[in-house]
Design a protein around this ligand. Structure first.
Ligand code: GDP
Ligand code: MG
Length: 717
């Protein structure tokens, strides 16, 4: 007998939404490490825990319904099990939806993976009246079965014990792959292919010849590419053709049917339902939430509530942060004598505190928005939103699945573009990728949060934000449609949306989501935005006004001081001179010159050179727009008036311009990171540059249109 291993690897597999991440968190606590799988950008989460003197390394595989490698997630999950040979595969199942979840289990068994089945959501299964004969099921599926309630931590010890014993048995003897009987016809073909595979060299991977034969018959592209012998391919093609002739269906469909048949048989034997199938609470909620007529208004209404929450609850917190940064700025300013022109002072107060502070102020709004999104997601409502949009998108000839990456785009365009991997059709995928940045991401929120309260009355805050987001969704859908009927014309693939049952979101889950977001935002503020703020500050501070001009302003000041005017008049004239000098210095700086050079294209949108310089920064990261406005409006300032940036904007621009700024920032080229991801995911600079140029041109045209019409209509003047 081999010695017991002290260090074991366990892979967590399972369908999306089966509670994998919840259990992973329960198991590993804070000992986690997040990275990426090599080659693809699917997240790889790892953690560890100890049980009975054994160190268990746990990997959270991406959620997948099968091992057919349709999507990047399934591909990653399969390759991990095949190549990295974990000591045990722990398959997490949603026990309240057992038959569907067992499909993956059957495939894992066929692969010969040492398996433990975890019946998670056993609380829900019980509530629905299911009773499992675990002993029988365990025999049918050749694996230990453990019941758990993930978010309550029930059954974790049992899970660990089963995983460790299975892993150790695996180490000392190995499991033989389970052989599913595919029926006479298919079995005959399978043995022909298997024989040829064995005759033409060994099977390279960690699987049996039969498994490879099954996959070849299923037309698995990746594995097909791994087989060199043409004889094998020819046989597989002949076999597939024969099966199709006999059954009238593809081998893939027939074989999936057999797997489900096995599951259904096992469940009939070993699962009992004590309650008549009744309308569940989920069904009742869905009769409203996904109702043909009410569905869309409910979705729009919920979105509206989310924005209402973002603003109203966030406001007081924002005020506090604003005050804190104001106090900090004042304190730092106090280190220098009054009226000092020190560059270091300007760098610290205007550049660092003004820039970073301007962005950090919006942390409460960001947290609240993501709190709301996390609740909608964890409860299962987001799947309904996708379902409703799917119906709509289908009507206009778009793929409904596109809306899922788009929803992710509310957070950040980068993961949204990566999520387009779930779309199998390349045209659908490209179209979705190109328009995804139109969904307003979290980084644009600070811009809206700055502009909206500056120009619109309180009652209009939430509605304005809602309108901006809706414009984004609408533009995304319309542009996708246009792309699909021009550059990316072609058939679209039918697709069935699934609706997981509603769940009460857990506080822990929501806090984790929110914390991740907030941390990300703060980290961005402390790194990219801090760096860019300093660069942009330097651009606004240099080159400095030439001596003679400074002398000229100085002379003017002297003249006022020596003049006959009253004290009051003197103060006013001095302030006016200070402002003039600030303005002249800004215009002399690099930022001012770049802004001026851009004025011809900015003017038709109602923007001045100040907004222009901020827009350049915004391309690096959208939040920088806010930071740069803060810098521009504090560098040019004569005395330390404690006017907020909002007040300054209010006196410099009008509501129409405010709206145009938001519109332009919403539609125009997303940040550099997004363009880079589009390049990587589309594997072409052409598409990335097309996105960059296309969105910017669209933004310009739309903003000019809105500004010119608005001005002609006398709005904002
Ligand atoms: P994943 O997609 O498989 O990673 O699923 P998650 O771990 O994100 O879980 C999805 C949702 O199910 C979360 O809201 C969890 O709180 C919830 N959940 C997880 N385990 C259970 C359980 O055993 N019972 C119930 N009722 N809910 C659970
Ligand atoms: Mg997960």
């Amino acid at each position: 007998m081999k010695p017991m291993k002290k260090k074991l690897t366990a892979a967590l597999a399972g369908n999306p939404n089966s509670g994998k991440t919840t259990l992973f968190n329960e198991l590993t606590g804070s000992r986690q490490h997040v990275g990426n799988y090599p080659g693809v950008t699917v997240e790889r989460k790892e953690g560890s825990c100890r049980y009975g003197g054994v160190e268990l390394q746990i990997v959270d595989l991406p959620g997948s319904y099968s091992l057919t490698a349709y999507s990047a997630e399934e591909w990653v999950a399969r390759n991990f099990i095949v190549n990295e040979k974990p000591d045990v595969v722990v398959d997490i199942l949603d026990a309240s939806n057992l038959e569907r979840n067992l499909y993956l289990a059957v495939q894992l068994m066929e692969l010969g993976a040492p398996l433990v089945l975890v019946f998670n959501m056993s609380d829900m299964a019980r509530a629905r009246g299911f009773e499992f004969d675990l002993e029988k099921l365990s025999r049918f599926f050749g694996a230990q079965i453990v019941e758990t309630v993930g978010h309550k931590g029930v059954g974790i010890k049992e899970l660990l014990s089963a995983a460790v014993t299975t892993a150790q048995q695996n180490g000392s003897g190995g499991t033989r792959p389970f052989v599913l009987d595919y029926g006479r016809e298919i079995e005959a073909e399978l043995s022909k292919i298997t024989a040829l595979i064995q005759a033409h060299g060994r099977v390279k991977g960690n699987y049996s010849a039969r498994w490879l034969a099954v996959k070849l018959l299923e037309n698995d592209k990746e594995l097909k590419a791994s087989v060199a012998a043409p004889e094998v391919h020819e046989q597989a093609a002949r076999s597939a053709e024969r099966i199709e002739k006999i059954t009238g269906e593809t081998p893939e469909t027939v074989m999936a049917g057999r797997r489900y048949g096995y599951i259904s048989g096992a469940c009939q034997e070993a699962v009992r339902s004590t309650i008549e199938i009744r309308r569940t609470i989920s069904d009742r909620i869905d009769s409203v939430a996904t109702n043909r007529v009410l569905g869309l208004p409910v979705f729009l209404g919920l979105m509206y509530l989310v924005f209402q929450l973002t603003f109203t609850v966030g406001d007081p917190f924002m005020g506090w942060i604003e005050k804190a940064f104001g106090w900090l700025g004042g304190m730092v300013e106090g280190w220098w004598p009054e009226g000092s022109g020190s560059l270091l002072k300007s760098l610290l107060v205007d550049g660092v505190i003004g820039g970073v502070g301007g962005v950090v102020v919006f942390l409460p709004n960001i947290l609240l928005l993501f709190l709301a999104i996390a609740i909608l997601e964890d409860s299962g409502y987001m799947a309904r939103a996708a379902f409703i949009m799917d119906r709509l998108m289908h009507k206009i000839g778009l793929h409904g699945k596109s809306f899922i990456p788009m929803l992710i785009g509310f957070g950040c365009s980068v993961p949204a573009i990566m999520a387009t991997r779930t779309l199998e059709n390349r045209r659908d995928r490209l179209a979705t990728m190109l328009v995804a940045p139109l969904m307003s991401c979290g980084a644009r929120l600070p811009i809206y949060a700055l502009i909206i309260p500056a120009f619109f009355p309180e009652a209009w805050h939430a509605p304005m934000l809602w309108i901006i987001y809706l414009i984004g969704i609408l533009l995304a859908v319309v542009s996708a449609k246009m792309l699909r009927s021009t550059l990316l014309r072609g058939e679209s693939v039918p697709f069935v949306m699934e609706l997981p049952p509603y769940r009460m979101p857990t506080l822990k889950g929501i806090l984790i989501h929110m914390g991740e977001r907030g941390g990300l935002y703060l980290r961005k503020a402390g790194t990219i935005i801090l760096g860019l703020s300093i660069v942009l500050w330097a651009m606004t501070a240099f080159p400095r006004l030439p001596e003679e001009e400074v002398a000229h302003f100085e002379a003017a000041r002297q003249a006022v001081a020596a003049g006959m005017a009253t004290e009051q008049e003197k103060v006013e004239s001095l302030a006016a001179i200070g402002n003039e000098e600030g303005e002249a210095a800004l215009k002399h700086s690099i930022a001012g010159r770049v802004g001026y050079a851009m004025e011809p294209i900015l003017k038709p949108m109602g923007f001045d050179w100040r907004i222009g310089t901020a827009l350049i920064g915004a391309f690096a990261a959208k939040e920088v727009f806010v930071a740069q406005m803060g810098i521009v409006y504090s560098v040019g300032e004569a005395d330390e008036e404690s006017e907020t940036l909002r007040d300054k904007l209010k006196s410099a621009y009008n509501p129409l311009i405010g709206f145009c700024i938001m519109l332009f920032c919403l539609v125009s080229a997303p940040c550099m990171a997004t363009i880079a991801v589009t390049k990587r995911e589309s594997n072409s600079w052409r598409w990335a540059l097309f996105q960059l140029a296309g969105l910017t041109a669209l933004a310009w045209a739309l903003t000019v249109l809105v500004y010119q019409i608005g001005r002609a209509g006398g709005i904002g003047s």
